[in-house]
Design a protein around this ligand. Structure first.
Ligand SMILES: C[S@@+](CC[C@H](N)C(=O)[O-])C[C@H]1O[C@@H](n2cnc3c(N)ncnc32)[C@H](O)[C@@H]1O
Length: 304
């Protein structure tokens, strides 16, 4: 699909969204356009998809992939936190469903120049939106010891945060840390060898931490999880696919709080009903076919 990104949990998402002809959906993380394509097929002949992605390349590729749908798809290069304003500008008051498929598209991970991957050497960039004025290299070279440790703990849940922060500080005094391989090497050095996992690169959590911080991923997610309901019709659903526990926890807790409503837990004033008591996970067959889907968790809530 698109440029090599295989959409995950497609059937599950479509079932939960309950797409029907004539409806209007938001794909807030368009990527290669895989999920959007399915929504467009199921809402034919005149359903509409508003697609957002803040990555220039994603917008270009999804536009190409979905071109044949003409006026039925409207694509914007935008951070999804601006969804309400975008819909207002389009004079759309409410939509029938919203999809958030978080994390990275395969093409972002695979391009070493983007600096996300541990597999190929590249600049320490990690911006999903090329307009963001902070790259991973800025954090690695400027954060204080305390800030580095905090970033690794909070966004990477990295137990070796202190040691990694210490080695970063030490190494950057000798020469600037500017590439993915340089950072990876430092993390490998910092974590005692006997704790290196054979299956997962020891630098995975560090990379996750810097990526989340560069893109303010949790802040953005928090904001759309609060705001999204204002543009969703009653009975409309929001589906969120997350790829790590920090995201999934935030989705779970926000949905539950919004379902409870008043802080007293009386159920008065709840704005949503949770449709997935437990997150849905890809079936074994999907995990085999698309290994990247392994960590995916899908949660859904309906506006009441
Ligand atoms: C996993 S991919 C989506 C793949 C897509 N569902 C498909 O089928 O091809 C996630 C996409 O969300 C985008 N993204 C992440 N955070 C975003 C944000 N705050 N605003 C807009 N787009 C965002 C990324 O740039 C990336 O292209």
């Amino acid at each position: 699909m698109g440029f090599g990104h295989i959409p995950v949990l497609v059937e599950e998402v479509m079932t939960l969204l309950g797409c029907e002809p004539h409806q209007t959906y938001v794909d807030a993380t368009l990527g290669g356009g895989g999920h959007a394509l399915e929504i467009l097929k199921r809402t034919a002949p005149d359903g509409i998809v508003i697609g957002l992605d803040w990555d220039e390349e994603a917008v270009a590729e999804a536009s190409k992939a979905l071109m044949s749908f003409g006026e039925r798809v409207k694509i914007f290069r935008e951070n999804f936190i601006h969804l309400p304003e975008r819909l207002k500008a389009l004079k759309i008051e409410e939509v029938d469903g919203i999809l958030l498929d978080l994390g990275l598209s395969s093409f972002q991970i695979e391009k070493r120049e983007r600096g996300f991957s541990l597999k190929g050497d590249g600049p320490l960039d990690m911006r999903m939106d090329q307009r963001i004025d902070r790259r991973a290299v800025d954090l690695v070279s400027r954060l204080s010891f305390q800030e580095l440790e905090y970033t690794l703990l909070k966004y990477g849940e990295e137990r070796w945060a202190k040691r990694i922060a210490k080695v970063i500080l030490h190494e950057r005094e000798r020469s600037p840390i500017e590439t993915t391989y340089a950072l990876r090497k430092i993390v490998h050095q910092a974590i005692p060898r006997r704790f290196h996992s054979r299956k997962i690169d020891p630098a995975t959590r560090t990379f996750q931490a810097f990526r989340i911080r560069v893109n303010e991923e949790l802040e953005n997610l928090k904001e759309i999880l609060e705001k999204g309901w204002t543009v969703l019709r009653k009975g409309g659903r929001m589906c969120v696919i997350s790829f790590h526990s920090l995201e999934d926890r935030l989705v779970k807790e926000t949905f539950r709080r919004l379902e409870r409503g008043g802080e007293d837990g009386s159920g008065q004033g709840g704005v949503v009903q949770v449709m997935t008591k437990k997150p849905l996970r890809p079936a074994e067959e999907e995990q085999r076919r698309n290994p990247r889907s392994r960590s995916a968790r899908l949660r859904c809530a309906e506006r009441v």
